[in-house]
Design a protein around this ligand. Structure first.
Ligand SMILES: [Zn+2]
Ligand SMILES: [Zn+2]
Length: 242
């Protein structure tokens, strides 16, 4: 793999710092291929058809690859799905988790049910992941396998070792069945290496993400660089739209 790219970048169309044209100048200067993928959401960023069309037209006029990041399981009803056909790719990410019918932000640390052990809550999370990955046609799974904030109420020292190889196999078999690429996210250093090994066994494709929002994160592809070197990933291992 001799050329990095970045398919997960936020602009001022959602919560990113730079405009699409500023992003283009920056990435062209560093000779890195890229696509922009702003949030399409019920809650922020691109929330209606009008804004989506303006986003598509703006990126088209700059000849920038057009991505979008959707909230898996929470697609905005106001957006006509038909309009997604104008995009070059769709990233699906989990930002909200539903447990027993209740929705929680991935970063919300308040949820706690004392009847559940950490393995109960992990199982519920895995079932949610499988359900939402099956529910929508996406090209890339964004920041895969993030640990929800409320998990820390069950065990304060939690890390990815709570997930077993068979947990990864269950989730990634759905990813394989749906032909989804998994991104290497420098923002969150995800997915964990054990999951990458399972992904390689299943011959899954990867994508590369800075998931940049602020000036210091644009162009940061350090986790992908680390993983590419460690696992000797080649062009054929990547989802490529260029
Ligand atoms: Zn995200
Ligand atoms: Zn993002």
């Amino acid at each position: 793999m001799n050329k990095l790219f970045d398919l997960h970048i936020h602009s001022t169309f959602s919560d990113g710092f730079y405009t699409p044209s500023e992003i283009q100048q920056l990435y062209n200067k560093h000779n890195i291929l890229f696509g922009i993928s702003d949030h399409l959401s019920r809650y922020m960023g691109i929330t209606d058809n009008e804004k989506l069309i303006k986003y598509i037209d703006t990126l088209d006029s700059l000849k920038i690859k057009k991505g979008i990041e959707i909230d898996l399981g929470y697609f905005p009803e106001k957006i006509e799905r038909e309009n997604l056909k104008y995009l070059d790719y769709i990233i699906g990410s989990i930002h909200i988790v539903k447990i027993d019918g209740n929705s929680f932000s991935l970063w919300d640390d308040s949820y706690y049910n004392q009847e559940y052990t950490i393995s109960d809550i992990k199982e519920k999370y895995i079932q949610f992941i499988i359900k939402v990955l099956r529910s929508f046609e996406i090209n890339i799974w964004g920041h895969p396998m993030m640990i929800p904030g409320f998990f820390y109420n069950y065990d304060t020292k939690i890390d990815h070792s709570i997930f077993s190889i068979s947990d990864y196999e269950r989730v990634l078999s759905v990813v394989k069945e749906k032909d989804i690429a998994i991104e290497l996210s420098s923002r969150y250093n995800l997915p964990p290496e054990d999951m990458i090994k399972v992904a390689l066994d299943l011959d899954l494709k990867f994508s590369i993400a800075s998931d940049a929002h602020s000036p210091s994160n644009y162009l940061d592809l350090s986790y992908a660089e680390y993983i590419i070197n460690k696992f000797d990933l080649k062009e054929k291992n990547f989802f490529n739209i260029f």
